[in-house]
Design a protein around this ligand. Structure first.
Ligand code: MG
Length: 249
């Protein structure tokens, strides 16, 4: 399985608090993750990289071949909790890191099977792109999503809402966290390539799902695909750090 990713500082931030990572394990599982940190000058960067490393390390240590779904969910839940504890403890131990936290979106791809697991805390996102369709696979834990669900605002209003960056769940800001863990069927369309995209809100806050679809499909190579997505987000303003991680299934 081919995967590739890139992160970019964007046009307005002074540092990059996003990070990404992926690992193919001996048990025939590939784990991919994106984290978008927040909290102070140093805090966001430390929170995102610590959460990512802890999560990937726990997956590598605890995932075994031929696990049943319930066991996989158990490992993923424990891995998120381990990441949460690591960030929360570090934030509590050092005043300038106090209150730091991070989003975490991850995909667990079981080689040869027609489903995968998506793990999510916060407002980074997972999408599938296949043929002419793009599907958001994760559910934002954000204040504007809460308002959309209540029927108070429309998704279009959410995109420009002044509080659109406020998230309602994060890794590392409290002593416990509740991740979404969803089993997703990989629905292919004929021979069209199937792309799994993980990204931070620096991409989705700047360009629409239709634009993401267009850039993923029209690219001529992996480098071109990453550069055209990041380039489009920067052309639209580059308000935030931009991260994309793509797997071709
Ligand atoms: Mg961000």
């Amino acid at each position: 399985m081919n995967y590739y990713g890139k992160t970019d500082i964007g046009k307005r931030r002074e540092n990059n608090q996003d990070c990404l990572g992926a690992k193919t394990l001996e048990c025939g599982i590939t784990v991919l993750a994106v984290c978008d940190g927040m909290g102070g000058v140093k805090g966001g960067e430390i929170a995102s990289s610590l959460a990512l490393d802890t999560f990937l390390g726990a997956c590598e240590r605890d995932l075994k071949p031929y696990m049943e779904d319930g066991q996989i969910r158990g490992v993923l839940t424990a891995a998120v909790h381990e990441a949460n504890t690591a960030v929360f403890r570090k934030g509590n131990a050092c005043e300038e890191l106090s209150g730091m936290g991070t989003t975490l979106v991850a995909a667990l791809i079981l080689h040869g099977l027609d489903y995968m697991f998506i793990v999510n805390v916060g407002d980074s996102r997972a999408y599938s792109v296949c043929g002419d369709s793009i599907t958001q696979l994760s559910f934002d834990h954000s204040y504007v999503q809460f308002l959309v669900d209540k029927g108070d605002i429309t998704p279009a209003e959410a995109a420009t809402h002044p509080d659109r960056h406020v998230i309602t769940r994060a890794v590392g800001v409290a002593d416990a966290v509740r991740p979404d863990i969803d089993r997703i069927d990989i629905e292919r369309k004929g021979d069209a390539p199937y792309y799994l995209l993980l990204c931070s809100d620096g991409l989705t806050g700047m360009i629409s799902n239709d634009e993401i679809l267009k850039h993923v499909n029209s690219a001529t190579s992996p480098d071109d695909r990453m550069d055209s997505l990041i380039g489009a987000a920067n052309e639209a303003g580059g308000d935030d750090n931009i991260t994309v991680l793509i797997a071709e299934l």
